[in-house]
Design a protein. Structure first.
Length: 230
């Protein structure tokens, strides 16, 4: 037999071996690709901090003036009648008088109202609708907020004033910050306004229909009057 001429069986075996080798190589490539496909972790979705980004760009809105009116029961002498002359007390020299002075009972409670005719204490920001957005600032709901108490000491001394409080309202309506922006001139009124507002829950701001965090200025005006004007 001519050694250069291969028998059909040898050719068949060579062909089978070649196909098997190439099949193994192809299978290795496929399995390796599948392994890399399943082992490669999916990238995490991007995090969008919508509220934080909006808080930086949103203007500081201002609420309507909140009125705190002292009830008439607390101030009858200040409004209805002139002060009466007090009799001169005499006592033995060297013996101090420790008798307690009578205190009028406190009746009624301060009234919380929103004065819609009052002018804002600061300039209101330009509406965002002009920039193509819809922004509704936080709202003070008198029914859901306990009013500040008019301190008895301030009533007796005839103290009135307006406190300007800046609050940071989150997307749920709770207050993350309560800061005294402008004093009234009387620390007792400032303290009472801050203490009351700290417990408030407001209507949150809305940006294109979605609640977002925003800042709000709340003017609180303490005034003495026998008849509230609202």
């Amino acid at each position: 037999m001519n050694p250069l001429v291969r028998s059909p069986s040898v050719i068949a075996r060579s062909l089978v071996a070649s196909l098997g080798f190439h099949g193994l190589v192809l299978a290795s490539i496929v399995l390796g690709g599948l392994t890399l496909f399943y082992l490669k972790p999916n990238p995490p979705p991007p995090t969008i901090y919508l509220e934080s980004r909006l808080e930086v760009n949103l203007p500081v809105a201002e609420a309507l003036v909140v009125e705190v009116v002292a009830p008439a029961e607390l101030i009858p002498d200040l409004l209805d009648s002139p002060p009466e002359a007090q009799p001169v007390k005499t006592q033995s020299p060297g013996i101090p008088d420790f008798r307690p002075q009578p205190v009028k009972p406190t009746k009624g409670a301060a009234v919380l109202a929103v004065d819609e005719t009052a002018k804002p204490l600061v300039a209101r920001p330009a509406p965002l609708q002009a920039q193509g957005f819809t922004f509704t600032p936080p709202q003070v709901n008198p029914k859901g907020c306990s009013p500040p108490r008019y301190p008895g000491q301030a009533v007796r001394r005839g103290w009135e004033g307006t406190v300007l409080v800046r609050v940071k309202v989150n997307a749920l309506g709770f207050l993350d910050e309560v800061v005294l922006e402008k004093k009234s001139g009387y620390a007792i009124l400032d303290k009472e306004a801050l203490a009351a507002i700290s417990d408030w829950k407001l209507e949150p701001a809305y940006w294109d229909g979605h609640p977002v965090g925003a800042y709000l200025l709340i003017p609180v005006r303490f005034r003495l009057s026998s008849q509230p004007n609202f």
